[in-house]
Design a protein around this ligand. Structure first.
Ligand SMILES: [Zn+2]
Length: 93
């Protein structure tokens, strides 16, 4: 029996650029770290995904939760890079 390796791997995680799970992780991280803001590269390192995925996911987060998040020019708290970054805007503040 057996012999069909290959089948087990790679069925699902093929074209997942952003997942609801990653969206929540990113949103939670941004909220937790507030008022500190991190650049895409540092966020990617924290969440162990590619920078491109973080950027895409950030777009989704802003789009889905416009009253809580926005893209604004900030400095990364870790490496000091200045960029248009994902920022948590406290609701009602
Ligand atoms: Zn950084």
């Amino acid at each position: 029996m057996g012999g069909d390796l290959g089948q087990a791997v790679g069925g699902r995680a093929r074209h997942q650029v952003t997942t609801p799970d990653l969206r929540r992780q990113l949103a939670d991280l941004i909220k937790t770290e507030h008022p500190f803001v991190y650049c895409w590269r540092c966020l990617a390192a924290k969440l162990r995904v590619s920078e491109a995925r973080i950027r895409d996911t950030a777009q989704m987060v802003v789009f889905g939760q416009r009253q809580d998040f926005e893209l604004a020019r900030r400095e990364c708290a870790a490496c000091g890079a200045s960029d248009q970054l994902l920022v948590y805007t406290k609701p009602g503040a």
